[in-house]
Design a protein around this ligand. Structure first.
Ligand code: 13P
Length: 251
């Protein structure tokens, strides 16, 4: 199966406007030199419109870090899919573990966000992942299946063509502790088997599953060599043009 690799940078709550635009321009250049893969960046909301403007006409994809499910209304602090399409944003992350853990977002809420994105012409990148406690209790696969079952509730096979999944073990995020390539491959295989059970085999084979959690220039090549790892969702190492450039140019 030929899945087009996707290397994504999640900038989280980092970078001033000027820094974001500068970094986006540098990433767009790298991206232009790597036509066989997709490259995405997810700036903070305040930088989205200027970053879209700065990279217009380049193949770099610009994503939001979250999205609401309604078009408009009394939802203080939220941004709608229509607001994103209005400024040229075509994708969004949903269900990041920081949203789950720090801001208490439930699987049900994340599912609403994902369905809202799909309905509003925004392609979602759904994040799932277990905590250290859950892994040590031997509950990794049960936790992931539940996050996937609820997160993808009501999503059709056809809509799945627009969904990207990201496996981000919580214990590997920002800790410098990457899952080994074997650990990551094992989980990606389980996620793909879940998809084959819920949808058809061809949907499972076509869905891109990214790995995230302390991805660095030093480990990207061995992660990408795994059969079920189709890309990376990168935090810290996506904030510097040089390190992200090397990750995008994985071999
Ligand atoms: P780090 O690459 O900094 O571990 O962050 C991973 C992440 O959460 C990307 O969404």
């Amino acid at each position: 199966m030929n899945r087009r690799p996707l290397i994504a940078g999640n900038w989280k709550m980092h970078l001033t406007l000027a820094e974001a635009v500068r970094l986006a321009r540098a990433v767009a250049e790298t991206c232009g030199a790597c036509p066989d893969r997709d490259v995405m960046v997810a700036p903070a909301f305040t930088a989205l419109a200027p970053v879209c403007e700065a990279v217009r006409g380049t193949p770099l994809l610009v994503a939001a870090q979250n999205v609401a499910w309604e078009k408009e209304g009394a939802f203080t602090g939220e941004i709608s899919p229509a607001m994103l399409t209005d400024i040229g944003v075509g994708l969004t992350i949903v269900g990041h573990s920081e949203r789950r853990q720090i801001f208490g977002e439930s699987d049900a809420m994340i599912n609403r966000r994902l369905l809202g994105a799909l309905a509003g012409d925004i392609d979602p990148v759904l994040c799932v992942g277990e905590t250290l406690e859950e892994r040590e209790a031997g509950r990794t696969f049960a936790v992931l299946e539940e996050q996937l079952r609820q997160g993808l509730h009501g999503v059709s096979s056809e809509q799945m063509q627009r969904v990207v999944l990201a496996y981000e073990p919580v214990w590997a995020i920002g800790t410098g502790k990457t899952a080994t390539k074997e650990q990551a491959q094992e989980v990606h295989g389980v996620v793909r088997r879940f998809l084959a059970g819920k949808y058809e085999k061809n949907v499972a084979e076509a869905t891109r599953i990214l790995y995230g959690g302390s991805v660095k220039p030093e480990n990207i090549d061995s992660l990408m060599a795994q059969p079920d790892i189709d890309g990376a969702l990168v935090g810290g190492a996506a904030l510097q043009a040089e390190s992200f450039d090397r990750i995008v140019r994985f071999r």
